[in-house]
Write a protein that binds this ligand. Structure first.
Ligand SMILES: Cc1ncc(C[n+]2csc(CCOP(=O)(O)OP(=O)(O)O)c2C)c(N)n1
Length: 968
């Protein structure tokens, strides 16, 4: 279809429009404002009309043709160069204007432009008038932009046909009444849709197409409606039953938001039809028990047993456990013959903190399935309205959604919007009109829906699933509902929201509303509903009876990908096998120094690679970055994937790593670690966005689903991990104890006092040590590249997983003494928790033993050598937790007449001092030597970790070194 033949603009009957149009294209101000509006409106509609005419890009063959408009002729900046070439003739114009006078065509054009403005306004703002709030507390007034009168339509205009070129699926023309009806039903019913903020025309057109033709409504079959009712009956019935049988027990029930359950079921069912095989769910407290039972099919009996106070874990299991509304679960669900594995991540009370963890888990599962299209594994995140609007982690997690290293092909966000957070109403908890505004940072469509209408909820859940599968992007369901009780069931909401709760008290339940509707429409009888209630009640009674005898099954923590791993053995037996043959070390080392032929290497980098190669060949002076790369490279060569993410991690904050080489001519990239051996595993290094909690949570999640990959997060400077404290406290250090979930994540935290001011000096070692207990993780401060190498390899080369916190160096990255030999990585070597004295001292003469960790060691040794001191030994404690009591004892017993000093560069209230103090004392207690307690030497207590003055720093550092090396 050619432009000249078909466009009404260039049609035979209206040469003056052609001329006007040409004039408009040349200069929009050269035509009347009315015509200008007309042409502009057409331009705005172009996307829609194009989609209508061609069929949207996602439609099969794109064949649907409506109206006689050729999109190529429609005005747009791109085709303005058609100026003046409108010689078209011959094709029929739309019937409405065919053969009309100029005046009539002008009037029609005027109608069209006004109608388009009205339609567009509904697409943008129709949701503001949607009937979303079951309680009717939100005032809905006709928005000016949604009022036809605003566009000059009057009482007499309702039944005149208007040319709309198939917009809204109404055909070439429609009356204002038809347009209005369709707009109101599509955009202002029980569903409000926000999508016009999306800049991608295909995504926008897809939503429009998906909702407008069907007035955003699914005609469910009788069977479908009964199934929805059953889900609602179960959801409500369980909450009621728990309320009666366990009066006042916290359950954070769904009462008022029961439609969540059929909504989730629809996502799984439709997802299964569209290829989903694995779903990872993260959700807060609200409705969790209901979800566990009705979506993850945990038995009523198991749930009741927990309500009766028994543990969810078998008695023999260790750990501190967690409250029942934080527990995770997993199950295989079957829908239409398709099995979907569903897992609900355990989560702490800190709202929204589980989001990035779930995303990371989903990514790991996609990698395991080689699901590069990301169409088999999907994440669902549920949120409360107050938390979604308030928590920064929501934005951090959303920001990950379309980044290469973190993309999971879209998450379905489901907000259980009960219009209150604890006792706080939305007017006090957010500045925007909706709690979902934050999702617009990733241009996610937002489907607001009235939770009192389960069919609309199921309908939007279906659309959300289809959209996610089609575009692999995030989408939000915002289900407006209410909370029948207080924040929890023993809270009194009348104290703070008496009016709202009067309304809720008088409001029929979701089930009552829906059952009444189905009864009125003849789908079910009241007897049917009573029977559903009775059958459920019988099931619940039986389960309650059985609960007293219920014994949890064996714990599932070492199954699936975790099979073969074991509970951690005793302290002494944890080295693993980390040494590597020299031949392999050399091969990997050489690969690290290679770039492909023709690759335009930066000159400085080329020189550095030559130097590196020399250290491999001579086996001497291997620096930190090379030690690290050798650890990764050898793991990769042994088929263990390695993943590192952090800010600027590819190059390394201190320009030390250069794991990604960049061609200086074309910026193409080359990653030597992906070329270390023929059948190697994949090395992934990701420059992360500038957030900590989101990225660290993601890597924790990844690592919790994939025990067989070395997963690391790196802080730019160690202090920045502060921003991720919730992930550290509530997942990394306590996950195994609370939820029996092991994790092998590594945290790399640059630390060391080098005069860079208060923040960049300290990674807050003391915080990690304070969190250390019950063998929950490892905290190390390695001072040699080889020890770092073994610590990294140890993570993967033993039979259990524990998180590893590493204080990593800054100045030591280039320190001439912070080097290892190739032999230190080779046969017979392993991680050393304590590094003994390296210089030759006469043991008997030693009068003081300095114990220390980290960078200060190099300052001490250098000064001791300078002063030629021979009666002071220096030992490094490389692993602070688990504390190497017996090994330390062995080392200290070599110095029977010495006093023992703990020397640190951190202030006394920071660093390791408070942690090691009593532990060193304990190690000394069993020895037959003079020292009984360590003496502290370091900076005095301080509020801020370090001085801002470089000169003061140097003075302080020299002073503490001097004191450590001076025996009174
Ligand atoms: C980060 C965080 N801050 C505070 C709390 C305490 N708290 C628990 S639930 C809740 C209200 C949450 O409201 P909303 O997100 O709307 O969910 P709802 O409880 O209404 O389902 C608060 C403040 C918390 N759990 N996490």
């Amino acid at each position: 279809m050619r432009a000249e033949q078909t466009s009404f603009l260039f049609g035979a009957n209206a040469p003056f429009i052609e001329e006007l149009y040409a004039r408009y294209l040349g200069d929009p101000n050269a035509v009347d404002s009315e015509w200008r509006t007309f042409f502009e409106a057409l331009a705005e509609q172009q996307g829609d009309v194009l989609a209508e005419v061609r069929g949207a890009s996602w439609a099969p063959n794109g064949t649907r043709v409506i109206g006689a408009v050729d999109p190529e002729t429609l005005p747009s900046p791109a085709n303005r160069n058609v100026k003046g070439n409108g010689k078209a003739n011959g094709a029929a114009a739309p019937a409405l204007i065919a053969g009309q006078t100029e005046e009539a065509i002008r009037a029609a054009a005027h109608d069209t432009s006004r109608a388009f403005l009205l339609i567009r306004s509904y697409r943008i703002r129709g949701h503001l008038e949607a009937d979303l709030d079951p309680l009717g507390l939100i005032k809905r007034e006709l928005h000016r932009e949604l009022d036809p009168a605003t566009y000059g339509f009057g009482d007499n205009d309702w039944d005149r046909p208007i040319l709309i070129f198939g917009s809204l699926g109404l055909g070439e023309s429609a009356t204002l009444r038809q347009i209005w009806d369709r707009l109101r039903r599509t955009y202002c019913g029980k569903i409000g849709v926000e999508y016009m903020h999306i800049s991608d025309p295909d995504q926008k057109a897809w939503i429009q197409e998906r909702i407008e033709h069907i007035e955003n409504h699914t005609e469910f079959t009788v069977e479908g409606r009964r199934a929805i009712l059953e889900r609602v009956v179960e959801a409500e019935g369980l909450e009621r039953y728990l309320g009666v049988k366990f009066v006042g027990t916290k359950r954070f029930g769904l009462d008022g938001s029961e439609s969540l359950i059929p909504g989730l079921e629809q996502i799984l069912k439709r997802g299964g039809q569209l290829g989903i095989r694995d779903v990872v769910i993260g959700m807060p407290h609200r409705g969790r028990l209901n979800t566990l039972v009705h979506v993850l099919h945990k038995s009523y009996t198991a749930l009741f047993s927990e309500f009766q106070g028994r543990s969810s874990q078998p008695e023999e299991m260790r750990g501190s456990g967690d409250v029942k509304y934080h527990l995770g679960a997993s199950a295989d669900r079957e829908f239409d013959g398709t099995t979907i594995h569903v897992s609900l991540a355990p989560n702490p009370s800190h709202l929204e903190a589980v989001n990035p963890v779930v995303l990371g888990k989903a990514r790991a599962k996609q990698d395991q399935r080689n699901d590069t299209e990301r169409s088999q594994v999907m994440a669902i995140l549920m949120h409360g309205d107050a938390a979604f609007a308030g928590q920064g982690l929501v934005a951090e997690s959303l920001d990950l959604s379309d980044l290469g290293g973190y993309r999971i092909g879209g998450t379905i966000h489901y907000v259980v919007n009960n219009q209150i957070g604890f006792t706080t109403l939305p007017t006090y908890s957010r500045s925007g009109p909706y709690c979902t505004e934050v999702a617009k940072i990733v241009q996610a469509p937002i489907l607001h829906v009235n939770g009192d209408d389960p069919e609309s909820v199921v309908h939007v859940s279906r659309i959300a699933t289809e959209y996610r599968q089609h575009f692999k992007r995030d989408i939000v369901i915002d289900m407006f509902c209410y909370r029948r009780h207080g924040h929890n069931e023993s809270d009194e909401p009348m104290f703070t929201q008496p009016l709202m709760y009067k309304e809720i008290g008088a409001h029929k339940t979701v089930k009552e509303v829906y059952a009444a509707r189905l009864e009125a429409e003849g789908v079910v009888t009241s007897a049917d509903v009573a029977q559903l209630d009775a059958a459920l009640r019988e099931k619940l009674d039986k389960a309650l009876e059985a609960a007293t005898q219920y014994k949890p099954n064996k714990a599932d923590w070492l199954e699936g990908r975790w099979a073969g791993l074991t509970v951690a053995p005793g302290e002494e037996d944890r080295k693993g096998v980390t040494a590597v043959d020299l031949e392999r070390l050399v091969a990997v080392g050489h690969a690290l120094c290679e770039a492909p032929k023709g690759f335009d290497l930066n000159r400085k980098i080329a020189r550095q690679l030559q130097e590196k190669r020399k250290t491999i060949d001579t086996g001497e002076n291997i620096d930190w970055a090379t030690g690290e790369a050798l650890a990764w490279g050898t793991l990769l060569a042994e088929s263990t994937p390695v993943r590192l993410s952090g800010q600027d991690s590819g190059r390394g904050t201190f320009s030390q790593r250069h794991s990604v080489l960049v061609d200086q001519t074309n910026e193409s990239k080359y990653i030597p670690l992906n070329h270390v051996a023929p059948e190697q595993a994949r090395f992934e290094v990701i420059d992360s966005p500038l957030n900590e909690a989101g990225v660290l949570g993601f890597e924790y999640g990844y690592s919790s689903a994939e025990p067989n990959a070395l997963v690391m997060w790196e802080a730019q400077f160690g202090d920045f991990a502060n921003g991720a404290q919730v992930i550290i406290d509530q997942f990394i250090c306590s996950g195994e104890s609370k939820w029996l979930r092991m994790n092998g994540l590594v945290m790399l935290l640059p630390h060391g006092y080098e005069g860079q001011g208060p923040e960049h000096s300290s990674a807050r070692l003391e915080r990690y040590l304070q969190l250390s207990a019950e063998d929950n993780w490892q905290v190390i401060v390695p001072t040699t590249p080889a020890n770092y190498f073994h610590a990294l390899r140890r993570q993967m080369r033993r039979s259990f997983r524990k998180p590893l916190v590493v204080m990593t160096p800054k100045s030591l990255l280039r320190h001439k003494d912070c080097v290892s030999t190739l032999a230190d990585f080779g046969p017979g070597t392993s991680f050393r928790r304590i590094l003994a004295e390296t210089d030759k001292l006469g043991d008997a003469k030693v009068r003081r033993v300095i114990l220390c960790s980290g960078k200060v060691y190099f300052d001490l040794v250098a000064e001791r050598r300078k002063r030629k001191i021979e009666d002071i030994a220096i030992l490094r404690i490389e692993q602070l937790y688990p504390f190497p009591f017996s090994r330390l004892g062995v080392r200290l017993s070599q110095y029977p007449d010495a006093e023992v000093v703990w020397c640190q560069e951190e202030p006394e209230n920071m660093g390791a001092w408070h942690f090691v103090d009593r532990r060193i004392e304990r190690a000394l207690a069993g020895l037959n030597i003079k020292a009984a307690r360590p003496i502290y030497i370091g900076r005095p207590e301080a509020a801020s970790p370090a001085t801002g003055s470089a000169r003061t720093h140097v003075k302080e550092q020299a002073d503490l070194v001097d004191r450590a090396l001076t025996i009174a």
